[in-house]
Design a protein around this ligand. Sequence first.
Ligand code: NAP
Length: 273
Amino acid sequence: MTAGKIDPNGPLKGKVALVTGASRGIGEAIAVRLAMAGARVVCTARTAEDGESRLPGTLTDTIRRITDAGGQATFIKADLSRAEDRERLVAEAVAIWGPIDILINNAAVTFFIPVESFPKRRFDLMMEVQVWAPLHLSQLVLPAMRAKKSGAIVSISSGAAIHPVKPYTTARAGGAIYGMCKAAIERFSTGLAAEVYADNISVNAISPGLVATPGVAVHGLITEATKHRVSPVEHIAEAVYQLVSRDPHEITGRIDHATAFLDEFGVTASSLA
Ligand code: NAP
């Protein structure tokens, strides 16, 4: 499958976007949508080629999908749980296309395990990839954004950030740590939005709803009971594109569902194929 219509002179022409977790799922869709709007997209994840992961999707597939349609994309392999990989990632991306204008913190590793038996090493890995990596990547890209007085950061959150309420019939067992990570990324986003507002940099977070991705399949999250809630991946990709395209002084420090952003902006999602 190739990307949808690429507009090389689109609203993101001249912008460099870094999308984490772009080997599959939501990150792949975001990379495609930003490239369709003319951005040069640096895709990152651990899986470059078939056979490197038990899950479908590779960075090679994602960038081929974009470049075959006439867009601009490249990939850099990185394990976001490693500080040295994060530093190398940003350094290499800047060497290829210049400073990052748009950072999308999408990658996540998730374990659904009840609190009582949650292993410390898995907690540390989730916090490193889902919370510290977005913060560290922001530290690495913000100096150039501040110098340009322009930039956009979007992090992918989840409805899991919202506190469960009684009668607790629908709360997924084992979701407390995932919810902690996503609550942290939301508070980080609103706090950072305030810190960088004066330099014309937007920081927002999006909750996708339930989207059919390889990660969701592994966790068996789509069931008879939840299938009516599944949203197309195009919605989240469009919401990200809309957020990074808007005036940072008007839209920043926001957290909402992808579909709520689309309704607010009065737009429908573009096809990604
Ligand atoms: P997915 O299918 O599991 O994809 C996760 C991505 O993260 C992959 O590209 C994976 O690439 C990358 N990743 C994982 N660990 C990494 C590491 N250590 N270093 C670098 N990259 C790593 O997930 P998804 O469903 O698309 O979800 C994307 C985001 O949306 C996540 O933040 C998730 O929490 C959030 N979300 C999803 C849903 C949903 O319904 N799908 C709902 C709410 C929130 P490699 O394995 O190749 O490294």
